[in-house]
Design a binder for this molecule. Structure first.
Ligand code: HEM
Length: 407
């Protein structure tokens, strides 16, 4: 008979106590490998096959990983009284679960293996909110960029979608796999955490017929989203990963904004007006280049027409958002959401804006300030949720996510 979850939890959580001062990673490895249960083999980096993304590595997966079509963002809060040992315990459990799930294996203690098999590029990415650092006894380790996202004049934030202590970003090309992973991960948090929210997002599974295979996915406004993201891997790395030295080296900072869109009104304006609002055409090409030009062409926000007016209106989204220097660069990895109806009967739909950057204080904050001041998109977009997280570097087999940051 398969070992039940409680004994496994006792083993892994209990290991936190043993680990104090005794090589935490090594203890975790021994327990994972030794707990034969239903899944005797610990996950390893070389498990990554064509449908799996390795959980382990220098950086966490799910950030520069080619964007999967589905996401569940799970926001959790620590139960009052959980201390550093408790934080370590739950992170050990979740690290072990996530590594197995991403390799197509059920977590330890699962009675059925089948739901975990055949995952489609599942990734689980951990983000830590300021409350998690505080509970772990190291509040000063929370990066300033994460701890100090200011209020913006256009915010209409709802408590429901606020900051949490922990974020699990679960991505896959298969929504069934996302739901399974979410369920199994949550199961191992109940002793230490409460679920605040789960936000589900999606993207088109493929570009429309005739579009280039590498096209950015379209958002619910019908626009390609992500065109201006850095494509050169070295440049993207410089924008995303926190530089060393220090425990955040190889990690990053994530800003999540739930942006509700009034798509009924958006549908009622013509194509020319839509394109002027963004500075790009529906095919993705910048208004400053001929139609059909690659979406990866930069928008020239200074180009003027014969009359001396800028081709792209100064309040167009791309013109306002464009980085004014290297420090403002970010990797946007957003997802559409459509969550039924509001109390007022209108659809609750929009964009789960996700941006990864080395420092949110020099990237997201100044850009969002410019957008709040004057962005044509504000006519249809309302920011109703906001949260920011320190995303620790990746870990090696036997280690747990966040150890270098929290201990
Ligand atoms: C509902 C909310 C939003 C939607 C639908 C949206 C959509 C878009 C679209 C369609 C583009 C042009 C294509 C591209 O380069 O990806 C774009 C560009 C961009 N957006 Fe947004 N966006 C939203 C919110 C935000 C927010 C909150 C920020 C940051 C604070 C942001 C930052 C950027 C940046 C940096 C660019 C690239 C500009 C450039 O260099 O040309 N966006 N966005």
């Amino acid at each position: 008979m398969t070992r039940a979850t409680p004994s496994r939890r006792a083993l892994l959580v209990g290991s936190a106590a043993l680990a104090a001062g005794a090589g935490a990673g090594a203890v975790g490895m021994r327990l994972s490998d030794g707990d034969a249960g239903a899944n005797p083999v610990a996950a390893r980096p070389d498990d990554a096959g064509p449908t799996t993304v390795s959980f382990y590595g220098e950086h966490q997966a799910g950030i520069t990983t080619a964007q999967q079509t589905h996401v569940s963002l799970v926001g959790l809060d620590l139960v009052r009284g959980v201390d550093a040992r408790g934080v370590e315990g739950v992170l050990r459990l979740l690290t072990d679960d996530a590594a197995r799930l991403c390799a197509g294996r059920p977590p330890l203690g699962a009675l059925e293996a089948v739901p975990a098999v055949g995952v489609r590029r599942l990734t689980v990415t951990f983000g830590f909110g300021p409350g998690l650092f505080a509970a772990a006894g190291v509040p000063q380790r929370c990066p300033a960029g994460v701890a100090s996202i200011p209020a913006f004049s256009t915010d209409k934030l709802e408590d429901l979608w606020g900051q949490t202590d922990l974020l699990l970003q679960i991505c896959s090309d298969d929504p069934t796999g996302v739901a399974y992973a979410q369920r199994r991960l949550l199961r191992d948090t109940t002793h230490a955490m409460t679920l605040r929210w789960a936000q589900h997002g999606f993207m088109p599974v493929a570009p429309e017929p005739g579009a280039p295979q590498e096209s950015s996915p379209r958002n619910l406004m019908g626009l390609r989203d992500g065109s201006a993201n850095e494509r050169d891997p070295a440049q993207a790395a410089a924008a995303v990963w926190s530089p060393g030295p220090g425990p955040m080296a190889g990690g990053t900072q994530l800003v999540l904004r739930r942006v509700r869109l009034d798509l009924g009104r958006w549908d009622d304006i013509d194509t020319a007006a839509k394109q002027l609002a963004f500075g790009r055409r529906m095919d993705g090409s910048p208004l400053t280049a001929p139609p059909g030009t690659s979406e990866f062409t930069v928008v020239d926000r200074t180009a003027v027409d014969e009359a001396g007016f800028t081709v792209v209106p100064p309040n167009a989204h791309a013109a306002r958002a464009q980085a004014r220097g290297a420090a403002e660069r970010m990797l946007r990895r957003g997802y559409n959401y459509a969550d039924g109806l509001h109390a007022d009967g209108r659809p609750d739909e929009g964009l789960l804006f996700l941006a990864y950057q080395a420092d949110a204080a020099t990237a997201f904050v100044p850009v969002q300030r410019r957008l709040a001041e004057a962005d044509a998109l504000n006519t249809w977009a309302t920011h109703v949720g906001s949260a920011a997280y320190a995303v620790p570097p990746g870990c090696a087999p036997g280690d747990w996510v966040g150890r270098t940051l929290l201990t």
